[in-house]
Design a protein around this ligand. Structure first.
Ligand SMILES: Nc1ncnc2c1ncn2[C@@H]1O[C@H](COP(=O)(O)OP(=O)(O)O)[C@@H](O)[C@H]1O
Ligand SMILES: [Mg+2]
Length: 494
């Protein structure tokens, strides 16, 4: 009986056969060579070298190799190339269960085996490999922001899928977000409720999506609701649905987000703003895993993972009685706190780069970069609105610019310039009143000049000074420099 060749034609995976030359030389390779692009290696070392060259999807190894066991080889292969599908052929009896687990085997065969059995096993491995890559491609299509198609090379599957989702979270090399990403990847597969805390714009929703994408629910829906924005009845209808006529204005049945997300994840944003009455309803749903649409008698079972977020201190709210502790413990299986941007100075540069790329794409303009002076000033600002505020600042710079490749400090908004110039110029509690007023004046001059692109006539007009008056003041404060020097002077004395 010969296996049908048709499906094999669609699975052009490359197979590496590892077996000692001589004794069985023909036996492993011969049923396969007509059907697959085949590579051969006569030892474990040769196999590693062949795999390092890339392009192989399936490895079939004989247990007896001149320089070690096939199982040891496959365990080592698993470490370096966890994506490869591994098949072991043993001479005498089954490998121990522990050995199978160690090698992460797709399948093993014991001698004697029918050649078609080997062919079928390898065919299935190739199919599996192809389906997996197809799945990766679909994921990439669904999340173009998070996944770069250039990454679609045969690489560690699990690890990379996880990393893709985390790629959307931009961070510098020593970012405190790194360990949060690690934790997120670790907890993603488990259906434990996660609470994300942090100031507005720190990326709570971004992390919630990454958590969903890294979880086994990734192919199911992710739905988000801002719980702080709606009165109770509307929120209830949004989350749990309603029947036609349930309240004035309910002109048709509505399927709530919990039902829409069935099998997936519900993101409850601003959970700290939910009224005490609604907290009770939410708690019941989470405890029972059932929803009842408004105006309906019927309960419906839903399977969702809940991820909640808040910029409030819920433990405080619990102590003051405004947030129920039983609900808190329901939603805060694990809490991840996202630090604000001002505590992550190493993230600012990379985040700016990503945001500028986004802006260029959104506005259809050429990619622009920040000048070192502009970046230094952005670093001094405290970013109460975090990345969201940074995005609008950079978009503003892009649209105000002349389209040149570099965005200089003169494009920064007054709030960023003011903040960058003032605190160091007017240190709190130091010096006499005269000194402190002068320091403040120097800060204002420097802010205005930077904003006016060191156009002294404009700055003088704005400040209600004559050009001579301005020049005298600049000389007094040592600010009468060229543009680049002046910006550097402002940023260097930090
Ligand atoms: N580390 C980051 N990398 C890239 N974009 C980010 C990052 N943090 C936040 N953002 C972006 O900033 C905006 C605000 O983030 P969001 O998740 O909505 O914040 P929050 O929910 O905490 O208010 C979003 O557009 C988000 O994509
Ligand atoms: Mg948000």
């Amino acid at each position: 009986m010969a296996a049908t060749p048709t499906p094999l034609a669609q699975t052009p995976s490359t197979v590496l056969v590892v077996e000692p030359e001589g004794a069985h030389a023909a036996s492993l390779a011969s049923p396969l060579e007509r059907h697959f692009p085949l590579r051969r290696a006569g030892s474990a070392a040769a196999a590693q070298a062949a795999l390092a060259a890339g392009g192989v999807q399936v490895v079939v190894a004989d247990q007896r190799l001149p320089d070690g066991s096939g199982l040891d080889l496959l365990a080592a292969v698993r470490e370096r190339w966890p994506d490869l599908l591994r098949i072991l052929v043993t001479g005498n009896g089954e490998p121990a269960a522990a050995g199978i687990a160690r090698g992460g085997l797709f399948q093993y065969l014991t001698r004697p085996y029918h050649p078609d059995n080997l062919l079928l096993t390898v065919t299935n491995a190739c199919r599996f490999s192809r389906l997996r890559r197809e799945h990766e491609r679909l994921l990439a299509q669904r999340h173009p922001g998070a996944v770069h198609t250039a990454d679609l090379s045969p690489d560690p599957w699990d690890r990379r899928q996880r990393n893709w989702c985390l790629d959307a979270i931009v961070r510098g090399p020593d970012s405190p977000l790194e360990s949060i990403c690690d934790q997120l990847a670790r907890i993603a597969p488990y259906d434990i409720p996660v609470l994300l805390t942090g100031e507005s714009g720190t990326g709570k929703e971004l992390f919630a999506r990454a958590l969903h994408e890294s979880s086994l629910r990734a192919m199911q829906p992710f739905v988000a609701e801002n719980c702080g924005a709606l009165p109770d009845q509307l929120l209830e209808s949004e989350l749990f649905g309603h029947r036609k006529g349930a309240f004035t204005g309910a002109i048709a049945d509505h399927v709530g987000l919990f039902e829409q997300a069935d099998g997936g994840t519900v993101f409850l944003d601003e959970i700290g703003d939910v009224s005490p009455a609604f907290q009770v309803k939410l708690l019941r749903v989470l405890q029972e895993g059932e929803i009842r649409p408004l105006g309906s008698e019927q309960r419906r079972r839903v399977d969702v993972r809940v991820v909640a977020a808040t910029n409030k201190d819920l433990e405080d709210a619990m102590l003051s009685g405004s947030f129920r502790s039983d609900l808190y413990y329901r939603i805060a299986g694990i809490t991840l706190h996202l630090p604000p941007l001002r505590r992550r100075p190493g993230d600012l540069g990379p985040v700016c780069e990503r945001l500028l790329r986004d802006a260029a794409r959104a506005f259809g303009t050429a990619l622009q970069h920040l000048s070192p002076e502009a970046l230094a000033m952005l670093e001094r600002y405290h970013w109460p609105g975090n990345v969201r505020e940074l995005r609008s600042e950079l978009q503003r710079m892009v649209v105000l610019s002349d389209g040149g490749p570099t965005l200089g400090p003169q494009l920064l908004s007054a709030k960023v310039l003011g903040r960058a110039a003032l605190p160091d110029a007017a240190p709190a509690g130091a010096g006499s009143l005269k000194e402190r007023v002068e320091a403040l004046e120097a800060g204002i001059l420097s802010e205005t000049l930077t904003r006016c692109g060191w156009n002294k006539s404009r700055a003088a007009a704005e400040l209600g000074l004559s050009r001579v008056g301005l020049r005298n003041k600049l000389a007094r404060y040592g600010l009468d420099l060229t543009e680049g020097d002046a910006a550097a002077a402002v940023s260097d004395d930090r």
